[in-house]
Design a protein around this ligand. Structure first.
Ligand SMILES: O=C(O)CCC(=O)C(=O)O
Length: 349
């Protein structure tokens, strides 16, 4: 296979609207499969950034778990700073107790203040700087803090894996998506509820421009405690549900493809340790995981793309594809989806 080069098989992109072009009247509900907790096989080879078996696993499944890739001490320090930020920045409802790192009895179902509407223009158009509601808090505006940049996208070991998979000419990272926290659910007590393993799953794919992403855990994530969850192999199906390889360009059968995946593929949830990093192909269907535990799931999400010409913020806004909190800018030129979905990837070559 050829390696990715600037201009390799690329055509100018016809800018289309963001919505999947599917007839909503044809949508039918689909029964979600419960997730299973994933046992990562050890495919590592001493001395190698990624082994051939790991590369093949990523190609086949659309994800790869690298255990303890980031040093525990650095992760602990980052989590301390994240706690400080959360307590300073996320407002609580009147009289509600703020979650505290030293008191796990404050973690279940925190009562946040009502969240403001997103800005309709400007640099934060479309998404609040911090999203808080229910059990999830997304600290987006922490995403470009130096300590998070150094911890995940610019960490030498994280970047080395991204380079072996995607290519040496990675676009310099400008931000992460921030820290995503999933809090325990105080109401999670009914063990007879048959839907408790599926109701929380929100399978979806991401927009704008998607090549390679990473999810790094800032604390240990026990089973059934909000672990990041993906649908293995779904990257191959969703790749073909787009017109272009990386830019969001859904075809008419996009929604049917998601429904097929959700109905047929058993999702896997990643339990793990602080410093573990899950690399996942950008077309993979994914979700935050089921949370029936009593800890907070802390994760940093980062995006990687090859270093090609990208659209300006104004152009992203014009086509309804402006997501300031991601490092996933649309390519000005992108390759049409063809037979080989890995033509632009390095995959160790
Ligand atoms: O928090 C998670 O585990 C999922 C995040 C997610 O779905 C996303 O960033 O698109």
């Amino acid at each position: 296979m050829q390696s990715a080069g600037k201009g390799f098989g690329l055509v100018p992109v016809q800018q289309t609207n963001a919505s999947p072009p599917s007839d909503a009247s044809k949508l039918r509900p689909v029964e979600k499969k419960p997730s299973i907790v994933f046992e990562a096989p050890d495919l590592t080879c001493p001395g190698e950034t990624i082994s051939q078996e790991e590369i093949q696993f990523f190609v086949d499944n659309g994800f790869l778990v690298k255990k303890r890739l980031i040093e525990a001490a650095a992760v602990e320090e980052a989590l301390g700073k994240t706690w400080t930020y959360l307590r300073d920045q996320v407002p609580m409802a009147g009289g509600a107790t703020a979650p505290s790192p030293d008191d796990s009895s404050t973690w279940a179902s925190p009562e946040w203040a009502p969240m403001p509407r997103p800005d309709e223009s400007g640099p934060y158009q479309g998404r609040q700087r911090i999203v808080y509601g229910g059990h999830t808090v997304k600290l987006h505006d922490l995403g470009n803090a130096d300590f998070l940049m150094d911890l995940v996208p610019n960490h030498p070991r994280v970047r080395a894996v991204a380079k072996v998979l995607l290519g040496d000419d990675l676009r310099p990272s400008e931000r992460t998506r921030g820290v995503y926290a999933v809090f325990p659910n105080a109401g999670e007590v009914d063990t007879d509820d048959p839907e408790r393993l599926t109701r929380p799953l929100g399978p979806h794919t991401d927009q704008v421009c998607q090549q390679l992403n990473a999810c790094a855990y800032l604390d240990d994530v026990p089973p059934r405690s909000g672990g990041f969850t993906v649908y293995p192999g779904s990257h191959k199906i969703m790749f073909r549900a787009h017109r272009f390889e990386a830019n969001w360009s859904p075809l008419p059968d996009f929604r049917d493809a998601v429904r097929q995946i959700v109905a047929e593929i058993e999702p896997v949830e990643f339990a793990g340790e602080k410093g573990d990093v899950i690399f996942w192909h950008g077309r993979t269907v994914h979700s935050a995981g089921v949370h029936m535990g009593d800890s907070i799931r802390w994760a940093v999400f980062a995006d990687f793309t090859l270093d090609r010409e990208v659209l300006s913020p104004e152009e992203h806004k014009r086509i309804g594809q402006f997501e300031w909190f991601k490092d996933a800018k649309r390519f000005a030129e992108d390759a049409l989806v063809g037979e080989d979905m890995w033509g632009g990837w390095r995959l160790g070559r």
